[in-house]
Design a protein around this ligand. Structure first.
Ligand code: TRP
Length: 352
């Protein structure tokens, strides 16, 4: 049987007006890692079970191109990788609509109209964009592209295309949602009350530190464990994780508070075992190697079902494509409806 779906994606959710549409998404610039799992995927898994919500997940390839415009192969390849990551962790296409951003031309169209409602100074002040531009000097040099500076406008279009009411995000995305709300208010004040103002849902999920102790886990930092990592890769990475630097010999007394292995034990190991590990470490009774081996095993075991599902979808790419295609078709229907309303309000409904 595998994980195949026999049923076509149901449209019931779309028809149920009482459900609030939720929009989230990722840029397809790399495979997803355990930081994504604890940071956003777990929340999405919970939300798709909530009957009050109709969740959409976009794979933001247009946004990925704003700083990867010279690497289209990378974006293309990662669209499928990210889709497989979603399906492997249990995002269910019967409950969550997964779609590809560039396949919704209405979003690009909306971006053009919204661009009249945002000033350059306002975009330059957006703290998220400002930080990113500073980090991307290698791509943009001293002068950022119009496309990158404007990605918050396109993200506002993503959200409003689907009348997304709730946008579950991490803290770094809050300025983008705020900017979207401003655009919506401006639009409505000029053209009439057409758009819904979205609300950010700040997830209480935590940001996971990297294996090296860096506050952020990320591909560019080389400190991530991917959902798709093999058993060997996981073991190798865990063996290289940063432990208490003051602990040189096994019988030195350790401090789990500054040890990345203890930090990950808290995520992957049972409470009793964590307690035992930390006590033995503090008493100098358990060496770091044994502790790392135990952690590697727990991570491998936790990710085992995800790896299995991944193997299935990797062997059935046509199924992944079908899910993306159906999700995109469903999303497009909603987008067309919104576009009609917007064009009417803007007096662009020429031949209707
Ligand atoms: N900016 C988001 C990120 O970097 C991706 C994204 C694009 C998004 N459009 C969105 C998130 C709309 C939520 C809603 O991960």
């Amino acid at each position: 049987m595998g994980y195949a779906r026999t049923k076509k994606i149901s449209f019931e959710r779309e028809l149920n007006v009482k459900m609030k549409r939720i929009l989230t998404g990722d840029r397809p610039t790399g495979r997803l890692h355990i930081g994504h799992y604890f940071g956003s995927l777990k929340t999405r898994l919970e939300l798709q079970e909530n009957p009050n919500y109709d969740p959409y997940i976009l794979i933001a390839d247009v946004q990925a191109l704003t700083d990867n415009f010279n690497n289209p192969e990378k974006v293309r390849k990662n669209v499928r990788e990210v889709a497989i990551d979603y399906l492997s962790v249990g995002i269910d296409p019967n409950k969550t609509t997964i779609y590809i951003q560039s396949m919704i031309p209405e979003t690009a169209e909306l971006t053009v109209y919204y661009s009249n409602l945002v000033t350059i100074a306002r975009l330059e002040r957006n703290p998220t964009v400002k930080t990113e531009i500073a980090q991307k000097k290698d791509i943009f040099g001293e002068s950022v592209t119009y496309g990158f500076l404007g990605y918050p406008v396109s993200q506002a279009a993503d959200i409003t295309t689907f009348e997304g009411e709730i946008v579950p995000v991490g803290e770094d995305q809050l300025p983008l949602i705020e900017q979207c709300r401003e655009i919506v208010r401006k639009f409505n004040s000029i053209y009439g009350e057409v758009l819904k103002e979205p609300k950010a849902l700040l997830s209480n999920a935590k940001r996971i530190k990297g294996l090296d102790g860096n506050e952020k886990m990320g591909k560019s930092l080389g400190n991530a464990i991917y959902l798709s990592d093999s058993e060997e890769e996981i073991t190798k990475k865990v063996m290289s994780a940063i432990t208490d630097p003051n602990r040189i010999k096994k019988d030195d007394l350790g401090n789990p508070d500054i040890c990345m292995v203890a930090y990950y034990h808290n995520l992957f190991t049972s409470k009793e075992d964590v307690k035992a590990v930390c006590e033995e470490c503090k008493a100098g009774k358990r060496g770091c190697v044994a502790c790392k081996k135990q952690l590697a095993k727990n991570i491998i075991d936790t990710l085992q079902p995800i790896r299995e599902k991944r193997a299935y979808y990797e062997a059935h790419p046509e199924e992944v494509d079908k899910i993306l295609q159906e999700g995109t078709e469903k999303a497009r229907k909603v987008a067309k409806e919104t576009m009609k309303k917007v064009k009417k309000a803007m007096k662009l409904d020429y031949f209707d």
